[in-house]
Design a protein around this ligand. Sequence first.
Ligand SMILES: *Cc1c(COP(=O)(O)O)cnc(C)c1O
Length: 381
Amino acid sequence: MSRTDKQTSTILYSDLSPIGKPYQLDVEKSIHRVLQSGWFVSGNEVLTFEKQLSKFLGGTTVLGCSNGLDALRLIFKGYLELGRLQKGDKVIVPANTYIASILPLCEFGLVPVLVEPNPRTYNLDAKGLAEQLTTEVKAVLLVHLYGRICWDAEIANLLKSSKCLVIEDNAQAIGARTGTSIAGALGDAAAFSFYPGKNLGAYGDAGAVTTRDPELETVIKALRNYGSHIKYHNNFKGYNCRLDEIQAAILQAKLPHLEVETSKRRVIASRYCVEITNPNLQLPLLPEKDEEDGNVWHIFPVLTPFRDQLAAYLSDNGIQTITHYPIPPHKQQALLEFAQLNLPITEKIHQQELSLPNHPYLTEEEVSHVIAVVNNFNPFA
Ligand SMILES: *Cc1c(COP(=O)(O)O)cnc(C)c1O
């Protein structure tokens, strides 16, 4: 196909509007309920959503907050206030993560140790962790990147014997499981994002902290509200990181649909993995049959040395794509202190990654079209 006979309708990378979705009516009712209540921040809608998500996660405590970045800030600030982390402590973080995982460490004078991911899963693995897990490392921030859970028996054993705090950035992998473990309830605390484009998306910014640590829970409840447990009594130099009632009510309406949406993402991902046969692409690993729950496919990443050419070709054929992410954190202007690091796996991912549309409302025909066009791509033509 050429530019002139390209598709009239574009296959969009994501489809965020509630209009026409199975939860549209519930979302509209939820917003109406909040408007009628006249209570807009930190009320019963937030409490109800916290309980609902806690149940989904197997009972860990949930604390709603303003967004995913603030969830991470609340966790690290909380551990600093509790004296469980100190300024200057090293924290392991994957080098190829989104910059939001790293910013809170820099903000609080913690020292990020950027560790290369496994080149096939794009997540940290036990080997990479073991090499960097010195006694100066006081916490490990696991990121379940692209929706794939970063957890196995080896990682669990290694972290258990290290005595480090285990914190998860679970912005991308809500619902991912392995065995009896679920992302967001694996370690000491986890951060969730409900940014509209995430698998469980609000219609604005929203996030949550999860933890089974009652001390951290108490501190974060204060930190998210100016450092105050009792109105106008401030124990900490806190923030305003509260979750609003409308977003909490919307999330209540959407959470019951998450598992079905995730299974649709899995169907699309397995079709892509089986039916895309273009040798110029590295496809993500399709999990074994008994490990399917380990990936919720927030993103379907392909790697190719011809990334920009492929993106242009797909666009010419009516298919929108995105790169996650074009510049690795250590090459960002904001993080010049890491510019000299040699991280070839990370750099290759950022040079080659392209995300194909994989949202749950793609039709079978649209998925077939993406597969056909990708298979037709010839970088040498
Ligand atoms: C989206 C995201 C965040 C930040 O979440 P926001 O709600 O946008 O602040 C943090 N980490 C990762 C890995 C993310 O994808």
